[in-house]
Design a protein. Sequence first.
Length: 612
Amino acid sequence: MGAAIEDYGMIGDCETVALVDRNGSIDWLCLPRFDSDACFAALLGTPRNGRWLLAPASTVRNTTRRYRDHTLILETRFDTAEGSVTVIDFMRPRSGQSSSLSSGDADLIRIVRGDSGQVRMGMELTIRFDYGLSVPWISAMGEGLLHAIAGPHLVVINGGTALTHADGTVKADFTITAGQTVPFVIVHSPSHHPAPLPVSASAALAQTERFWLDWVSHCTYRGMAADAVERSLIVLKALTYAPTGGIVAAPTTSLPEEIGGERNWDYRYCWLRDATFTLLAFMNAGFHSEAAAWRDWLLRAVAGKASQDQIMYGIAGERRLIEWEVPWLSGYENSKPVRVGNAAATQLQLDVYGEVADAMHQARKGGSSVPEQSAAIERDWISYLEQVWMQPDEGIWEVRGERQQFTHSKVMAWVAVDRAIKDFERFKLAAPLDQWRSLRDKIHQDVCRRGFNASEGTFVQSYGSTALDASLLLIPLVGFLPASDPRVVGTVEAIQRKLVVDGFVLRYDLEKSDDGIAGDEATFLFCSFWLVDCLVMMGRRDDAQRLFNRLLNVRNDLGLLAEEYEPISGRQLGNFPQAFSHIGLVNSAVNLSRAIAPLSQRTDTEPGEMAA
């Protein structure tokens, strides 16, 4: 069995990400961008499917690791009987720098630093393109310099010591003493381009550190859990594809929601649903340029007919995300299948219109200019929603069974109309506002009548159902009803009784909710942060703080969160690191730190003042 999910650290260059386990093996890397085919796929297979191991050759007595303060530079210290060494891992950001600092090629750099004594080290680099399938042709180009070519890919391998290669694997064995450093660099570029020039590891380290220190210096957040918030914001920055501003849900595919199960999905794409949450996380921390880049990506992605809008897109706005299975990979801890692409891109999910409309609304409220085309796009959305809002859909959780009349989907359709009305009123834009107001009232009345089960005293997952759903926690957060409304209070309390496991929130009860997929799943971390926010709105700040503290303790030793958490085993599950989880951490910290004001961003009013 390989490393546990929480044993991984992340490094990245704002265009792709590598995962490094605590034993010194980089087990996941897609080049040149997040959604490219992996060239290190040991995470989902075996070392033969590609990895880069750099660690002491003798027994390691103790391993500690940390990020350099305010950066994404990972330092792993290995203590052995002969001495101690630190491996410094990082990727130099390719965008947002002057041309003198970056060539546009992807580079991954590892520096071994001797701390004490003499330590024998081993390096083993196995590059396998096409998700661990294709072995490159490796050629020696000089002392410590190799080229590995496979079709469109060229990887230049440069070592500070002698390199050997056989059977498609590069190796090095060397001894390092206190005060010495030995660098290793791999640089990826298109194979039809001239080979990239050598990279100075020490210069790249200094450049990378400056990049992150400069970026973090713009953070304005000064509330509770400031270190955790900063780390989460760095994660979100690293998950941003800098050339377009799109933010991937996670840099991995097929890390399972259940070990050995089939709930394995590709998250290396951009979901419209993340829009408002992401925008607020960046805006509330002072990162307005990232918020603007994300907003602009949204507008480009949804440009076109509303009826053709998708719930997710590729990182540059691609629409075709065809899902297929990778049969030659055994899956993380034999969790099959390994999937590439995501068929949910073709689903009808009505809630995304509300998320995008609210994102535009929040951007305008925050003083961000929004291109004029957004008004035309919103008119088209509302016209389309007027025709389809009563249709069943696959909903926020992207069920693969039959479509249902999901309550959350209707609530977010209401949000879309509500935010459009407010923006068109404020900016005096042409629109059939009386018709929109009538539609808004009609949706609200329908949800309150058909989405609320009076005998249970709660809102329910779908019309006519008795099942609960964590997405119902968003009802007060988006301003559909105030947190003090008895129907909301009853719903929150019922979720706490029936969907909470050891303090953490499940998305829904799989025994009562057929989502079309076999197996089970763990608690969903983003839903648990929603509960924190609801408790704050309900005036239960002590309960909110306790839950928030528990969520902080779920993070691994580097401050990273996956999608889910299994309380019994204490394991993180699902794709990693997960943007949603880190967005939830940032927004809940802001809500706890600033009391009512941040929560009113989405409700447009203070709790207790919203119309029932």
